[in-house]
Design a protein around this ligand. Structure first.
Ligand SMILES: [Zn+2]
Length: 222
């Protein structure tokens, strides 16, 4: 079974993808990891990908798909894969559909983990670091005993630029799955929305249930 996992940053998508891959015995294919690995191993595709990354350019869709297809040849992907980080656009979704159709392994479901903007900003923006001892705190889940001060060494805590609420909001705006792409999967009857504003296990449970339903539907169609 091939699955697509979608969701804005801060919904625990990567964690869920890993858990689901393990439970179902399929490959977890995260585009970011895949690119870094291809570059490291110096494969032909890796060299091409590396050239784009060095320039700070986006890797073109065709090249991304070629890299995905190459990855899907490996034994651990024989039973299927869950895609994490791709597609990000309507065009990419169409291209992936075509590539999977050629292999006769269409995606069984597009699982969208949802959370409100406020929830995501709360999760992603509350991180504070201690520059002296490296301790990490979080306003919501692990606040320091005294605001702005390290529990361990008493140093003044700092916040990375990336962890500031405005920067998070901005990034969220750019990384939210576009409506056009969601509509594409909705029209195929493959989009399943899972409420991500709950604990990790509850989200995993719902994802697995949705996958089971999708698998049953696929069996009925074929
Ligand atoms: Zn400290």
């Amino acid at each position: 079974m091939h699955l697509i996992l979608l969701g804005p940053p801060g919904t625990g998508k990567g964690t869920q993808a890993k858990v689901i891959a393990e439970r179902l015995g399929i490959a977890h294919i995260a585009t970011g990891d895949l690119f870094r690995e291809a570059v490291k191993h110096g494969t032909e595709l890796g060299k091409q990908v590396g050239a784009y990354m060095e320039r700070g350019d986006l890797v073109p869709d065709e090249l991304t798909i070629a890299t995905l297809l190459e990855r899907m040849q490996r034994p651990d992907a024989a039973g299927g894969a869950i895609f994490d980080g791709f597609p990000r656009t309507f065009q990419q979704a169409q291209a992936l559909d075509e590539a999977l159709a050629v292999r006769n392994t269409p995606a069984g479901a597009a699982l969208l983990i949802t959370a409100s903007d406020d929830e995501i900003v709360r999760r992603l923006s509350g991180r504070w670091l201690c520059p002296a001892c490296g301790a990490i705190f979080h306003e919501a889940s692990q606040p320091p005993k005294k605001q702005g001060e390290c529990d361990n060494c008493g140093s003044e805590l700092t916040q990375r630029e990336d962890d500031k609420p405005d920067v998070v909001r901005n990034r969220l705006e750019r990384q939210r799955p576009p409506d056009e792409m969601l509509e594409h999967y909705r029209q195929q009857g493959k989009l399943v929305e899972i409420d991500g504003a709950r604990d990790v296990d509850a989200v995993t449970r719902d994802l697995l249930a949705a996958i089971e339903t999708a698998a049953a539907d696929t069996d009925k169609r074929t």
